[in-house]
Design a protein. Structure first.
Length: 463
């Protein structure tokens, strides 16, 4: 995609540490010259908007994550027009967001209307570039959760402004590149979904029927489940666990530089643990929290909300405590294997129970008593170990394929970030490349063509 791209012929120094040199024919303009602050209020009938780092500024009703919704004083919210930019409370982390529709938003946010000399799509890409996001750290006020961007200072900062025809070329090139990259990522994520389905099928059968195809069966007592091995029993989590510990409302404070880790619900997905999204705390907070007992290797983390019902084995780390909506289960070693418990959580019996007690809601929560009452199909501990070993053996190749595919997605996302930054700051000249791109008449047809191309990659990876 970048074959043949070269730097511009001549550059000049911006005297901005985060920008460095920029193309000679570009200019520098202050933010307040390029954008006008919009402070219109008194539109209570307009739809409420949410500023998100993943989707930009969208209607709150279309945003699947739970956000606090204003119920009164709607006339005090700021008007946002389609194509405006919004500086939110988290913009210093993910850039300034573009609005995809008209609506109203928190008065704590800064709304910017592009002036006539600005191609909105150019700054859509520029405001999400790595160099610009890093530069926003220079304008942050407050500490921790109270951090915000001081627009008074940011408004005086100079930003690069390509000539209009170059803004158009940059937008054309990056939109084309993003369509290709998005198609690649969609295909890879579809592959991951298929691999996870295969893993799920292996696990479901093992934790409901065992390994012996000729075992004597009996009715499970669950109509949709059918028969289970005759020597298996239906028990509750509280009967098989020595401890079920809920974080309740006491969440350790975030302390930058702290050597202890607070585990959040975002750290756990599809039976796997990641430190991404956790935050540090100090010894004082850690010791206060762990008076109730720290999680340890052999326990199983469980999320009771946001989202509910995710689980993973507690990793072999000694400095872990939990944030809100987190809990851990400690299996009785003579009764329940931790990995068998983990597989059971993702098995059909527990999944159906969670759906039932939450009334099918995707944003509900589980109470401690409901978690203790989780139904588990139980078999003797030795049989559990054999089942775990079989699941591990059959799932390992699938896990490796998933990990490899996730790495390919991460590399492509990193490539996108680097490419966008190099193009919008003038490190690469895309004028000739943009002029040679085909016209996109039907965006849907173009995406279908991309998917068809990337499906070939998927087929090769599946072999």
């Amino acid at each position: 995609m970048i074959d043949g791209l070269k730097p511009y012929a001549a550059y000049k120094d911006s005297e901005l540490p985060w920008l460095g040199s920029y193309p000679e024919q570009w200019s520098l303009r202050r933010t307040k010259v390029l954008f006008q602050e919009r402070v219109q209020k008194g539109f209570p009938r307009e739809p409420l908007l949410a500023a998100t780092q993943s989707k930009g500024v969208v209607k709150k009703e279309d945003y699947e994550n739970r956000t606090v919704t204003a119920q009164k004083d709607l006339h005090l919210l700021k008007l946002v027009e389609k194509g405006d930019f919004v500086i939110s409370l988290r913009s210093f982390q993910g850039g300034i967001e573009v609005a995809h529709c008209r609506g109203i938003i928190s008065p704590a946010y800064t709304v910017l209307r592009p002036r006539a000399l600005v191609a909105s799509r150019y700054f859509f890409h520029f405001f999400k570039s790595r160099q610009f996001i890093e530069s926003l750290g220079l304008f942050v006020t407050g500490i921790r959760e109270g951090q915000n961007i001081d627009y008074g200072r940011l408004s005086r900062v100079e930003l690069p402004l390509p000539p209009p025809d170059e803004q158009t070329a940059i937008v054309r090139f990056l939109d084309h590149a993003n369509r290709k990259i998005d198609g690649f990522i969609r295909a890879k994520r579809k592959l991951i979904a298929l691999l996870n389905e295969q893993k799920q099928a292996i696990t479901h059968r093992a934790v409901t029927r065992g390994l012996d195809p000729d075992v004597l069966l009996k009715p499970s007592g669950i109509e949709w489940l059918g028969d289970i091995p005759a020597h298996w029993e239906l028990r509750r989590a509280k009967q098989l666990c020595s401890r079920i510990v809920d974080c309740k409302n006491r969440t350790p404070d975030q302390v930058d530089g702290g050597e202890y880790v607070v585990v959040r619900t975002t750290n756990i997905r599809n039976g796997r643990f990641s430190l991404r999204g956790s935050y540090p705390t100090d010894r004082e907070n850690f010791e206060i929290w762990t008076q109730r007992g720290a999680p340890r290797s052999g326990d199983v983390f469980f999320t009771r909300e946001a989202p509910m019902g995710e689980a993973c084995l507690v990793p072999e780390l000694q400095n872990l405590c939990m944030g809100q909506r987190m809990m851990y289960m400690r299996p009785n070693p003579s009764e329940l294997n931790p990995e068998f418990l983990l597989h059971s959580v993702y098995g059909p019996v527990v999944r159906a129970y969670i759906q039932h007690v939450s009334n099918g809601s995707t944003v509900g929560h589980l109470r401690l008593g409901q978690i203790g009452a989780i139904p588990l199909l139980w078999c003797p501990i030795e049989e559990q170990r054999e089942i775990v070993a079989r699941i591990r053996a059959e799932s390992t190749p699938l896990e490796e394929a998933i990990t490899r595919t996730e790495r390919e997605i991460a590399l492509m996302q990193e490539y996108r970030t680097r490419l966008t930054t190099d193009v919008v700051t003038g490190k690469l000249d895309v004028r000739v490349a943009a002029a040679s791109l085909p016209e996109i008449v039907d965006a849907a047809a173009d995406e279908a063509a991309i998917d068809e191309t990337t499906d070939e990659l998927e087929f090769e990876d599946t072999e």
